[in-house]
Every structure is written in C-alpha cells, then in structure tokens.
Design a protein around this ligand. Structure first.
Ligand SMILES: Cc1cc2nc3c(=O)[nH]c(=O)nc-3n(C[C@H](O)[C@H](O)[C@H](O)COP(=O)(O)OP(=O)(O)OC[C@H]3O[C@@H](n4cnc5c(N)ncnc54)[C@H](O)[C@@H]3O)c2cc1C
Length: 500
C-alpha cells in the first residue's frame, strides 16, 4: 500500500497542472491516469491557446481568464507554444453588430486587437478567402497539449511525485464517511494497487461524474462532443476564426506540420461512446472552406472527437453554457474540479491547490505562473528547421522524428505502446498518420528487446484498427489512394493479416 497526502485522479492538463503545483508547494502527491497523459479531452482538442476572443462576447469572465493565462503560458511554456497570432475574419453577410460587440468587449477586457483590411489580411494568410470583408488580429497561439502535460509532470517527478499511467481508479476507499484512498487497476497486468491519501482530487473531466459516484458523490455535468478534422499540411501559419457567434467549423489551428479544424457541439450521454458522424465532417470542411477555400480541395487525413465536460445548465444549446470552471467540495475529503479550458488549466490547478493548502492549514503561495516549465530544453521544439539540422536516421519523415529520439523515449519509459512514443515525439501525427513510420518504431522496440516479433505484429494490428477508426471518415480522392498504398504495404509486404 502507498501512502501520500493528495491523490489526483486524471492525467489531462488539469491533473498534470495540479501535480506540478503541488510539487512546487512541497506537497506529496500521487497522480493516477487510466490511459497515457492527455488521453481525454486534452489530447482531443484543437490545441488553441485562446486569446479570449472566442468567448469575449458570450462569456467575458472566461475570456479574461483565457487572456491572462495566454500571456502566462507564452512566458513559461515557450517550447510548447507557437506564437502564431490569430485572425477573426468577417465574411460577406456576417453581422456587423457582432463585430462592434467583439471589438468593444476586447477593449473592456484588454485583449489587444488590430483591424486589418482584407488585402492586409491576405498578405498575412494568402490562403484566406479573397472575399473577406476584413479581419481582426488577436494574440491567439497554437499549443501542443501532449508536451504541455509531459512538462508539467517533469516537475512532479523531479520532486518525488508518484505517477501511475495506465491505472484506472475502480474504487474509492471510505472510512467513517471520509474518502481515505483509492484502488487502481493496472490496465496491462490487471494488478490492483491501493493508495491512501488525505485528500482526493477528481480531475477526470468528462468522466468526473462516474468517478465521483464511486464515493457516492455527484457532479452535475452536461457532456458535449466536439469533432475535428486534420489536413495533410499547414494551410495557414496563423489561427483563423470566423467573426461571428460560436458555431460549427469556425476555428482553424496550425499545429506543426498540419492544421486542425473544428469543431461541432453535440450532447452525448456516455464519454466512452463518441462516434463521429459523417455530417459533422462535411459541415466542418464546408465551414472551414468558407474561410480558407483550399480546405475544400485539401486532403483530410483524419477525424477525431473529444468530450467537453460542461457544468450543467438549463441552456438548450451547449455552446451557450459558460466555459468557466468549478471546484466542488464533496465534504468527505474528495474534491472535483470540472469545466474550464485547456488554456486555463494552470489557473484551475492554482485554485485547486489553494483549496488543498487551506484544508491542510499551510501557507506556501503558488509559483506556477512565474517558473518556466521544466524540461523544455529536452524537447525538439520549434522551428522545424532546427530539427532538420539535428536529424540523422529519420524514422518519421512527416514530423522529422529521429531514431535517437524514439530510442530515448523507449529507454526513459520502457513503453510497449507506439502511442506513448507519438505523444512524446509527435511520431505518426503528421500527414501520413503513422502509415509509414509505425512499423519502424515497432522494429526499434523489437531491436531493444522490449517486444517480441509476435507482440509487434499484434501491436501493428491494433494500431491499424485504431488508425482506421479515425481515417474512415476521410476516404476519398488522394487520401483514399494513399490508404490503398498503406494497405498494400501492411497486408502485402509486411503480411499483417487479421489474427486467426
Ligand atoms: C473538441 C474539443 C476541442 C477543444 N479545443 C480547445 C482548445 O482549442 N483550446 C482550449 O483551451 N480548450 C479546448 N477544449 C477544452 C479542453 O480540451 C478541456 O477543457 C481540457 O482539456 C480538459 O482537461 P482535463 O484534464 O480537465 O480533462 P481530460 O483531458 O478529459 O482528462 C481527464 C483524464 O481523466 C482520465 N480518467 C477518467 N476516468 C479515470 C479513472 N477512473 N481512473 C484514472 N483516470 C481516469 C481520462 O483518461 C483523462 O485522461 C476543447 C475540447 C473539445 C472537446
């Protein structure tokens, strides 16, 4: 049995941020995540470090929080933030009244804006629809959510934080009405670990009502599924938003070699059942295509979806629910932290740890806004040209990941999962979506005696199944042709047949 002070359930941005904050304030803690880091909404989001512009009219409080955190993250997380800048573009027919409200609200909050003529905006983003009326520049950025989580965890690990990934909390242990620990099942071996602590923080996002119920507690949530598509190259070097109230397909975010566009907003009941509908993909492409017409001809390489855990509200349209966060004290040693944004994860963690400090009657102030994220120097980071210069033996051509980099992750984590290498290096996240590099990564794992040839074939089958779940919504034109080539490679050359 392991004993600690604070148990954090959930290894998304919120949980990882809480672990970092606790570590910097010297509080012993243990984080438990059922998948890899960023396995929930964090790894399934746009990766937009909001300037606040998106919410400035509908939810000024969230917009203010986003802007403040945007400034902090640009400062402390230089290597996982790309300072792209963002444009809100107004198309013919888009409301001028909304434009006025947007500018006025930005001014009230202090979000810097610059009004650009259509020709100036087209100079900055040549792929923009030439029919735009104008654009407003804001300090939106692109952020890598996987790196963000890993970097927060570095601080925790350096200060003796205990981390269990691939461990699912299946039971909350109670004694005399108080939560005193958890049981977590190792998702690989099936072994059960018992961990005891004085405070339990439920940071499980869209699963938080389920985890709270293990202790007989309630979290009132509305679950909203959002789907996104990925293009096979960068169509813009700036974030592009539509200057209108939030709607489907109104944000395009450049992320390293690709662009992410979305999203949709559909109510769902079960966070583990998030089927993407074909009409969502069609809507995103046509709406994004109104801002960047090339979108209609560009190869879409994958669709994916995530679930927003929004605080329950009576609004019929989940887009109207405020994006603020809430800390719920269940009164039995368990706290749930729900709502918020990826952009505001640090602030959420700060408020959560302030609550813990108060419960422990301790005084140390939060330092996470001032200390740069540790471990950034080890990241390959921006710009791509730097990576090219350092490269030898490239395993993933799309994202320029070298064999050395893959070996480093295998040695550090001992992982048997290609996904873990992707989250730490971006292997397989570029245009071919792992089609041409996954078998190489598995080959390296085999070379290092981490997996047997049989296990690597099983891993390939599993990878192909998961990959197909994302790309089946985008199979037409060149993308379909490329998939046929990938199929020939795997079935014909590598002989990956369905297991008998
Ligand atoms: C489609 C979409 C696009 C978005 N785009 C943006 C954006 O561009 N910018 C932005 O700022 N925000 C964005 N958001 C919001 C943002 O993604 C979330 O607010 C944020 O990532 C939530 O982080 P979290 O750590 O609270 O939850 P999650 O990331 O969901 O983490 C919860 C974790 O808990 C784990 N877990 C669940 N049950 C258990 C258990 N029993 N035991 C152990 N672990 C468990 C899960 O595996 C998961 O990893 C978007 C959301 C969606 C859905």
């Amino acid at each position: 049995m392991i004993k600690t002070d604070v148990i954090i359930i959930g290894g998304g941005a919120t949980g990882c941020g809480i672990a970092r904050d606790l570590a910097l304030r010297g509080i012993p803690h243990c984080l438990i995540e059922k998948g890899d880091f960023a396995a929930g909404a964090t790894g399934a989001c746009h990766g937009l470090l909001h300037s606040g512009g998106r919410y400035v009219v509908s939810d000024p409080q969230s917009a203010r929080e986003c802007y403040d955190e945007n400034i902090i993250l640009r400062r402390i997380g230089e290597k996982c933030v790309e300072r792209t800048g963002g444009l809100f573009v107004r198309l013919p027919g888009d409301s001028k009244l909304y434009r006025e409200r947007f500018l006025k609200s930005c001014e009230q909050i202090g979000i810097p804006t610059q009004i650009l003529s259509a020709s100036r905006a087209l100079e900055m983003v040549p792929n923009l629809n030439p029919e735009i009326e104008e654009a407003i520049k804001v300090p939106d950025c692109s952020i890598d959510p996987f790196r963000l989580c890993m970097l927060n965890i570095v601080t925790s690990q350096k200060r003796d934080g205990i981390i269990f990934i691939r461990h699912k909390v299946t039971e909350i242990i109670k004694s005399h009405g108080r939560c005193v620990g958890v049981k977590a099942a190792d998702q690989v071996s099936g072994d059960i670990r018992e961990i005891h602590g004085n405070i339990i923080i439920n940071a499980t996002g869209a699963w938080s009502h389920l985890v709270a119920s293990l202790a007989g507690n309630e979290v009132p949530l509305t679950l909203s599924k959002g789907s996104l598509v990925i293009t096979n190259h960068r169509l813009t070097n700036m974030v592009v938003n539509r200057l209108r109230p939030s709607a489907d397909g109104d944000i395009i975010v450049p992320n390293e070699a690709v662009c992410l566009a979305g999203t949709t907003s559909l109510p769902i009941e079960d966070p583990d059942k998030t089927r993407i509908e074909s009409h969502e993909v069609d809507t995103i492409i046509s709406e994004a295509g109104r801002m960047i017409p090339h979108f209609n001809e560009t190869r879409i390489i994958r669709a994916f979806s995530g679930v927003r855990p929004l605080l329950k509200a009576s609004k019929a349209d989940s887009r109207e629910i405020p994006r603020g966060f809430q800390i719920i004290n269940h009164g039995d040693g368990m706290y749930s932290i729900v709502g918020g944004k990826l952009t505001t994860f640090r602030l959420m963690a700060e408020k959560m740890v302030d609550t813990v400090m108060e419960a422990f009657n301790l005084k140390k102030q939060c330092e996470t806004a001032h200390i740069p994220l540790e471990g950034q120097e080890e990241l390959s980071g921006y710009p791509l040209s730097k990576r090219i210069a350092d490269m030898k033996d490239i395993v993933c051509e799309c994202e320029l990941v070298s064999k050395k980099e893959v070996e480093r992750v295998i040695e550090q984590t001992g992982t048997r999962y290609v996904g873990d290498i992707s989250h730490r290096t971006r292997l397989g996240m570029g245009p071919c979506q792992g089609g041409f590099c996954t078998f190489r990564a598995l080959g390296i794992m085999h070379e290092k005696s981490i997996i047997s040839p049989e296990q690597s074939m099983d891993a390939l089958r599993d990878f192909l199944q998961r990959r197909f779940r994302g790309i089946r919504y985008c199979l037409w034109g060149d993308q379909l042709r490329e998939e046929q080539l990938v199929e020939y490679i795997y079935l014909g050359i590598l002989g990956v047949e369905k297991k008998q």
